[in-house]
Write a protein that binds this ligand. Structure first.
Ligand code: HEM
Length: 139
């Protein structure tokens, strides 16, 4: 039963990561360049509409990642100092991803594209750190 819950929480954590980082990556490298071919007024209107549409999904994902991440943390308490240090760095980057995530779904944000690049970079680094965390306790 506990095993099933652990697997479910892991699935939810990974799925949330996919939706967040994959979604923003698509917006930054597929939607944003296409938007650039439109007139400035249309770019703003469509950009704000896309951001508004993504907003509730983003807030849900932040909630799910925090809940499942805390659950994972409790499962991995006492993994040693290297693990704790890497987890600390990961959590700082997570704060960056969450803060920037909230900025990019705001309306009238001319820096949105650049902020999305930052979010994707931090997200990819977090995924790499998480892979190392997992490697530290393969069994
Ligand atoms: C409050 C937020 C978060 C907390 C507390 C948290 C914590 C954790 C912990 C403790 C693990 C287990 C690592 C291990 O196997 O030893 C984990 C796994 C993972 N996390 Fe997070 N995390 C959070 C948010 C994020 C975010 C924002 C991302 C990606 C952008 C992310 C990506 C991953 C990935 C890819 C794994 C590996 C899953 C696995 O191998 O089972 N996490 N997380």
């Amino acid at each position: 039963m506990t095993d099933a819950l652990n697997v479910f929480m892991r699935w939810l954590h990974i799925t949330s990561v996919v939706v967040l980082i994959g979604g923003v990556l698509y917006a930054r490298f597929v939607l944003a360049p296409v938007l650039q071919s439109l007139a400035a007024q249309e770019q703003d209107t469509l950009g704000d509409a896309l951001a508004a549409r993504y907003r509730s999904l983003l807030f849900l994902i932040v909630l799910l990642l925090t809940a499942t991440g805390l659950y994972n943390m409790i499962l991995n308490i006492n993994r040693g100092s290297l693990y704790q240090s890497l987890l600390g760095i990961k959590l700082l980057l997570v704060l960056h991803v969450f803060a920037v995530g909230i900025l990019i779904v705001k309306a009238k944000n001319p820096k949105r594209a650049r902020q999305m690049t930052g979010l994707v970079i931090s997200g990819l680094v977090i995924i790499a750190i998480s892979a190392v965390l997992r490697q530290l306790h393969l069994n």
